[in-house]
Design a protein around this ligand. Structure first.
Ligand code: G3I
Length: 390
């Protein structure tokens, strides 16, 4: 009988230790904690933009599923990809990604239904050629109903309209839909998406609204007006492409401003370039600080539901083609090794459940870090982008 009691006591102790380990694992596990585990503990989601064409890389899918609980199609759900020819839909890539997400218990962000800007080709030429309002309205309806309807219940959020404002301005971008349908095209697109999948949360996604200033004010006015019209807009996406250092204090305030309107907020396209510095180690450290500061800003706003990085390994980043190689903007390096940016993103999310006294990072810290590492000498490490970068 004594042996039974002894075994029961041991089993009970093991159970307690397992529970303790499970509840505090990321706070204790440090580097062994995945972004996905950290997000789960923090009560938020973490995602990455991806392209199914990279599944041929044997590490791509496993690392994506290990580190993230959400994915965004970087290009495969854009109009150019899904309906390159009128009424001729192509869903192979999007279906593969949605199936992958389902198999790995991941959510999917649909990106995007309407984006028409001169610098990008996400709207097919055949759409841009339609100048009759009724015809374009019918084409828009068919597209949204077909795409959103196909993934109803499988895509939990849609970027219905991407970048409605001028990139560096405050006016509505006079894209093709604006020119033919007027500014009401935004409300029409949201109404169509909501009718096609009432369960999906619908986002207006914008770039360069993390800092204060006229563009943020204009975007706030636009969203407020849409809400007053009764448009079914549920969330706002802050893209988060940090070509320059973030301002986390302003970012948190801006996230909170939209949260106070009753909206979900998300950081939808996070990447942050390596800053100049004396060596790779210091550049990676500063990048890690920036990821921490951005993630903490989100963690401090309860309505900030998800952080999505725009890609997840430096092996595949749009920055390489947009700005050139070597900026290494993502949490994992070209060999899928976790970088300080991974640490920063992970610890920033955990700030939601275990706030620390780490001072709010500001661009000035970059200067301090740079001066500090310069004083330590120029211990050269390999530049990012090479396969042996660490
Ligand atoms: O698929 C074609 C390929 O067949 C062709 O050979 C090749 C060369 O012309 O182009 C390929 O399409 C490219 C596509 O990416 C897939 O690689 C397009 O030209 C290229 O313009 C497109 O760039 C994407 C860009 O959006 C425009 O759609 C980037 O990968 C993507 O990262 C970027 O993402 C955007 C978000 O959607 C919105 N927020 C800003 C963000 C960065 O611009």
């Amino acid at each position: 009988m004594a042996l039974v009691r002894q075994r029961s006591a041991v089993a009970f102790l093991i159970a307690i230790l397992q529970v303790a380990d499970a509840t505090g694992s990321c706070l204790d596990a440090g580097e062994d904690c995945s972004l996905r585990d950290a997000a789960a503990e923090a009560g938020m989601r973490v995602g990455a933009a991806m392209e199914p064409s990279h599944f041929s890389d044997p590490d791509y899918g496993p690392v994506l599923a290990l580190e993230f609980d959400s994915l965004t199609l970087e290009n495969s759900m854009k109009w150019q990809a899904t309906e390159p020819v009128q009424d001729n839909f192509s869903f192979a890539h999007a279906d593969a990604a949605v199936a992958f997400a389902d198999a790995n218990s991941m959510t999917v962000r649909g990106h995007n239904l309407v984006w028409a800007q001169a610098r990008v080709d996400s709207t097919p030429d055949w759409v841009e050629a339609i100048t009759d309002p009724d015809e374009l309205r019918a084409v828009l309806a068919t597209h949204v109903q077909t795409v959103v309807g196909r993934y109803a219940g499988k895509v939990d959020a849609w970027d219905v309209v991407n970048e409605p404002l001028e990139t560096a301005g405050t006016a509505l971008f006079e894209n093709h839909f604006f020119q033919v349908l007027g500014p009401g095209y935004i409300a029409e697109a949201f109404a169509l998406a909501h009718a096609a999948d009432p369960s999906a949360t619908l986002f207006l996604n914008e770039v360069l609204i993390s800092n204060g200033g006229p563009k943020f004010d204009a975007f706030l006015a636009l969203v407020t007006d849409l809400l007053q019209q009764g448009v079914p807009i549920h969330g706002v996406g802050f893209q988060g492409h940090y070509f320059g250092p973030p301002d986390p204090v302003q970012l948190e305030a801006n996230l909170r401003t939209f949260a106070d309107l009753g909206l979900i907020v998300e950081i939808t396209e996070l990447d942050s370039l390596l800053r100049p510095g004396p060596d790779l180690a210091s550049r990676l450290a500063v990048q890690g600080d920036e990821y921490f500061a951005v993630a903490r800003a989100c963690a401090r706003v309860p309505a900030c539901a998800r952080i999505t990085t725009w890609g997840f390994t430096d092996r595949y980043t749009w920055i390489d083609s947009f700005l050139g190689p070597g900026f290494a903007p993502l949490p994992l390096d070209v060999d899928y090794n976790r970088k300080p940016a991974h640490t920063g993103l992970r610890n920033g999310m955990l700030e939601r459940i275990a706030p620390t006294a780490v001072p709010v990072w500001s661009p000035g810290w970059s200067i301090v870090a740079w001066l500090g590492f310069s004083a330590l000498g120029t211990f050269r490490l390999r530049e990012p982008g090479r396969r042996d970068a660490n």
